[in-house]
Design a protein around this ligand. Structure first.
Ligand SMILES: C[S@@+](CC[C@H](N)C(=O)[O-])C[C@H]1O[C@@H](n2cnc3c(N)ncnc32)[C@H](O)[C@@H]1O
Length: 245
């Protein structure tokens, strides 16, 4: 149990600017890949957020539902065309159950690491499997830990530079517990915003073990949504697990 964990905390700090922070991501490639993995659907997204992936999947004719911890993120989703019609349950995706069985459960953009402990992540994998039909898939997108990028347990990275926006990330690493505390500093002409996020990180092999504990097998691991090969140099992975029949 993680009694202090609040699944709404991240979203309540970022909801109004979230879409601006993800506009350079390869969303079209992600949607294309997810649509291929889903077949005829339906799809369940853990941490559906503002609907960056869910709304384009819906536009492709797939049924999509979500579990989301932050009412502020859900409000952003609801304000978009089509957003009113997406069934979203507010809750913690490591525990919350929704009705139905899905061909695909999606957990994108490192959000598995938003869960505060190994125990919560193991529960999340079990929850994903419980929502899948036999043969259904669980797609997880996450970064690959890189402790070498830290000096004395700290790092500062320049994430993006544009005329009207600069984003930095300051991070602190606690390797004993596999925790990373980060704050993104987003500077625009309208001011500076601090966007904190905590991660309980894991290497791909640990995630694979969580999948096996939940009755799923590794099907694919790519370096990105386009299917580039995953190598020792890959800093991110897109991994697909399949629920055993
Ligand atoms: C990085 S955003 C990703 C949003 C969306 N999936 C996307 O790809 O744009 C992570 C989302 O997961 C939500 N979230 C984080 N931890 C959660 C939890 N334990 N249960 C439910 N939602 C959670 C956050 O509120 C946020 O909306």
């Amino acid at each position: 149990m993680d009694p202090d964990f609040d699944p709404s905390a991240y979203g309540s700090r970022i909801a109004d600017v979230y879409d601006a922070t993800v506009r350079d991501l390869p969303t079209a490639a992600a949607v294309q890949r997810l649509a291929e993995l889903a077949g005829d659907g339906p799809v369940l997204e853990f941490g559906i957020g503002t609907g960056r992936l869910a709304l384009p999947l819906l536009q492709r004719g797939l049924r999509v539902a979500g579990i989301e911890g932050s009412p502020d993120m859900v409000a952003q989703l609801r304000a978009k065309p089509g957003g009113e019609g997406v069934p979203v349950t507010v809750g913690d995706f490591a525990r919350t159950r929704v009705e139905g069985r899905f061909t695909l459960v999606v957990l994108a953009l490192n959000t598995v690491f938003a869960l505060p402990s190994q125990e919560a992540q193991v529960r999340c994998f079990a929850n994903a499997a419980a929502h899948l039909r036999d043969g259904g898939r669980f797609a997880v997108e996450a970064w690959t830990p890189d402790p070498g990028a830290f000096r004395d347990g700290r790092s500062v990275r320049l994430l993006s530079v544009a005329e009207d926006e600069v984003v930095l990330e300051a991070a602190e690493l606690f390797p004993g517990e596999q925790l990373m505390r980060t704050t993104k500093v987003r500077m625009t002409p309208r001011g500076t915003r601090l966007l904190p996020a905590n991660h309980r990180y894991a290497w791909p092999a640990e995630l694979d073990l969580m999948a096996r504990l939940a009755g799923m097998e590794l099907e694919h691991r790519w370096a990105d949504w386009s299917g580039a090969p995953f190598t020792d140099a890959s800093r991110d992975h897109v991994t697909v697990y399949r629920r055993r029949a």
